[in-house]
Design a protein around this ligand. Structure first.
Ligand code: ADP
Length: 283
């Protein structure tokens, strides 16, 4: 983690990052080799450091939901670059207006701005004693993936997948509590079986009563902008899947439905089902 925060300093230019000869943290070799054999053994994950994972997936797939649950389970911070962008947007900082224009058109923010926001977040976390991370929404371009690769070692990349026809509906149903920042979804999805594909239902993820009156919708969760974000994902972010596939770090996970069906299956795929049982037993 120290390496990544040092190299992603707010003052660092991207060319500086590129030109720097970079040291990486120790690889958890056991973990990587298990992933390569498609049998992740993550229940005893720690080598000399904590988990360093990445969550990939199209807008609306549920990266935030599952990354946040896993971060609680594993005791590492969930760092979503989309959240960092939104925090900056809601501040009255100089970047705010420039960012609003980009985000509300469904485009990607420049790598420089993202590295700046990410490095500040990592530094703040490090000073509080955080270690490891689950990154969500980063890297989103091959360039971001290459730079990340130069500054630290990623152990595992989870690529969440969901049938495309429900994604727009899911994005339009998303709500955030303006007070606590938690995400919810008011959409009730009932996708029919077709072309040999099974049907899929996803119950809404409704807020508790203390959040219900404080829900807001993201300005970029309109149908037009969501469609543009999906297009941008396919053009700029999908190649990142191949980048990690070639490294043997990509774990594809097809979400079978909503959280009640998907969460236990995801834990099983990650070999963390026992981990959760053990953790809840000692809690
Ligand atoms: P999504 O639901 O599309 O996954 P996010 O919350 O991750 O949305 O991101 C919201 C917006 O923030 C993106 O559409 C983009 O404009 C910006 N953003 C977030 N992460 C990145 C990144 N790694 N690179 C460039 N832009 C980003």
């Amino acid at each position: 983690m120290a390496a990544i925060t040092r190299l992603l300093k707010p003052t660092s230019s991207i060319s500086y990052l590129f030109s720097r000869s970079l040291s990486s943290t120790t690889t958890t070799n056991a973990v990587i080799s298990e992933i390569e054999s498609n049998r992740p053994n993550l229940s005893d994950p720690k080598g000399s450091r904590n988990f360093q994972w990445v969550f990939l997936g199209v807008p609306g797939v549920g990266k935030g939901t599952y990354a946040s649950r896993l971060s609680t389970l594993l005791g590492v911070p969930h760092i979503a670059t989309g959240d960092l962008v939104r925090e900056e947007l809601s501040s009255s900082g100089p970047l705010s207006r420039q960012l609003a224009e980009i985000v509300n058109q469904g485009k990607l923010v420049s790598d420089e701005i993202i590295f700046d926001l990410l490095s500040k977040r990592l530094e703040a976390g490090e000073s509080k004693g955080e270690s490891g991370f689950i990154l969500d929404g980063f890297p989103r371009t091959i360039r971001q993936a290459e730079i990340l690769d130069e500054v630290t070692e990623i152990d595992l990349v989870v690529n969440l997948k969901l049938r495309e026809d429900v994604l727009v509906e899911k994005c339009l149903g998303r709500r955030i509590c303006s007070q606590c920042g938690k995400g919810f979804n008011v959409a009730s999805i009932n996708a029919k079986a077709e072309n040999g594909r099974p049907g899929m239902s996803m119950a809404p993820l409704l807020p508790p009563s203390h959040c219900a009156s404080k829900l807001i919708t993201r300005a970029d969760d309109t149908e037009e902008v969501v469609k543009e974000r999906l297009r941008v994902y396919h053009e700029k972010s999908q190649p990142v899947e191949g980048f990690y596939r070639d490294q043997g770090k990509l774990m594809e996970f097809d979400l079978p439905g909503g959280i009640p069906e998907s969460w236990p299956k995801l834990l099983e795929a990650l070999n963390l089902d026992e981990y959760e049982v053990k953790r809840s037993a000692v809690a």
